[in-house]
Design a protein around this ligand. Structure first.
Ligand code: SAH
Ligand code: SF4
Length: 368
């Protein structure tokens, strides 16, 4: 599987930019200027880096360097304010990045005009690979297969491109990032980790507002726990016993539920941090009261919380979404056992932007 061949500046950290400037015979402070233009100003092209002398820009360009900010190829806007972007990289591959404004939802106007909502924070859902190899049976991304990994610069570039498109007055300190788009971040571990460090150190986004979700790549969970700077961890549990998980997530064959739960127990949580477990509820498959009781057993003694996600439908996938009474009953059992449990509100289902719906759909059909 080919990585995107990188002569892109985006993705280089300060150390690497410094080395590049040195090779080009430039003074050291140019690296700081370049980093600022790339990651803070989010400049879209080399020509616009006017803080750098023209001679240096020409030098970079003739040495084959491009800036590497991805293009927004398409945007789909949901009735709930969510925006699904198709973001295009240099080799014309695309992934999805989802913008979800949140906040007070205060309505402006008198109702006679189309509603405008104000918001004071937003979440960006970021992809880590083009497609996914993990093949969870309820997920539309799985239908793409794995096309390629994203580089660190491409992971960061999605966020910069969306911020350029969206940010008017919103403070970047109020941006949440969830690495829950296309792909399995822990199967592109090094690039994912580098992207996080660029986002924290160079872009300046708060680490405390980042969460990564894994389908359960057990050895990487341990590696991730050792990182000095890291997002919060969410584990896609999705089943309450070995047999059901194996049926829904074939990866369970390689890393069993037992091993996954052992890794979760050993995970070094920080002060006041909780592990998040995500649980996709599939009607009649894993959503019974007995399943909820099994989840309680699995999570016994863990500092955890649970996000319940009612299955988001997609064509070609034979599951059903449980009704709200079923979801509430499942939630009640967990809460009564002392586990903080939340029902994740679906965002952008009408434009195929919700969890598990990212497969680059461009023809929007009704899915009711
Ligand atoms: N690959 C990673 C992160 C992306 S998926 C992972 O699987 O954890 C983000 C979340 O969406 C996961 O918890 C996954 O279980 C859930 N999901 C997948 N398909 C879904 C669907 N059709 N409806 C609701 N949630 C889904
Ligand atoms: Fe990949 Fe996550 Fe979808 Fe599973 S749920 S196929 S790991 S994106």
């Amino acid at each position: 599987m080919a990585e995107n061949k990188n002569s892109e500046l985006l993705g280089l950290n300060f150390q690497e930019l410094s080395e590049l400037m040195e090779t080009l015979g430039q003074p050291a402070y140019r690296a700081r200027q370049l980093s600022h233009a790339l990651y803070r100003e989010r400049q879209p092209s080399l020509d616009l880096l006017t803080t750098l002398p023209l001679a240096l820009r020409r030098q970079l360009s003739s040495a084959g360097w491009t800036l590497g900010l991805p293009k927004i190829q398409k945007r789909f806007v949901s009735t709930d304010g969510t925006v699904r972007y198709l973001v295009e990289f240099a080799d014309a591959q695309t992934v999805e990045t989802v913008w979800m404004p949140e906040g007070d939802g205060g309505e402006e106007g008198d109702g006679s005009e189309p509603e405008t909502r104000t918001y004071d924070r937003a979440t960006i859902c970021v992809s880590s690979q083009v497609g996914c190899a993990v093949d969870c049976h309820f997920c539309m991304t799985a239908l793409l297969g794995l096309l390629r990994n994203l580089s660190a610069g491409e992971i960061v570039g999605q966020i910069l491109a969306v911020l350029n498109d969206q940010l008017v007055n919103l403070d970047t300190q109020r941006i949440n990032l969830v690495f829950m788009g296309q792909g399995e971040p822990f199967l592109n571990f090094d690039n994912f980790v580098k992207a996080v460090s660029l986002l924290v150190e160079d872009v300046g986004l708060p680490e405390s507002r980042m969460t990564v979700s894994t389908s359960g790549i057990v050895p990487r969970i341990a590696d991730f726990g050792q990182l000095p700077v890291r997002p919060k961890l969410a584990i896609s549990l999705n089943a309450s016993n070995e047999e059901t998980r194996l049926q829904l997530m074939p990866i369970t064959k390689k890393w069993t539920l037992e091993k996954l739960m052992a890794a979760a127990r050993e995970f070094p949580l920080r002060n006041r941090e909780r592990l998040t477990f995500e649980y996709v509820l599939l009607g009649g498959v894993n959503d019974g009261d007995q399943n909820a009781r099994e989840v309680v057993q699995l999570l016994r003694g863990l500092r955890a919380k649970v996000n319940l996600i009612s299955w988001n439908p997609g064509p070609e996938i034979p599951y059903t979404t449980p009704n709200s009474a079923r979801v509430a009953s499942f939630q009640r059992i967990l809460i009564d056992a002392g586990i903080p449990t939340f029902i994740r509100k679906p965002r952008g289902r009408d434009i195929f932007a919700a969890c598990g719906q990212l497969k680059r759909t461009t023809e929007l059909v009704s899915i009711s």
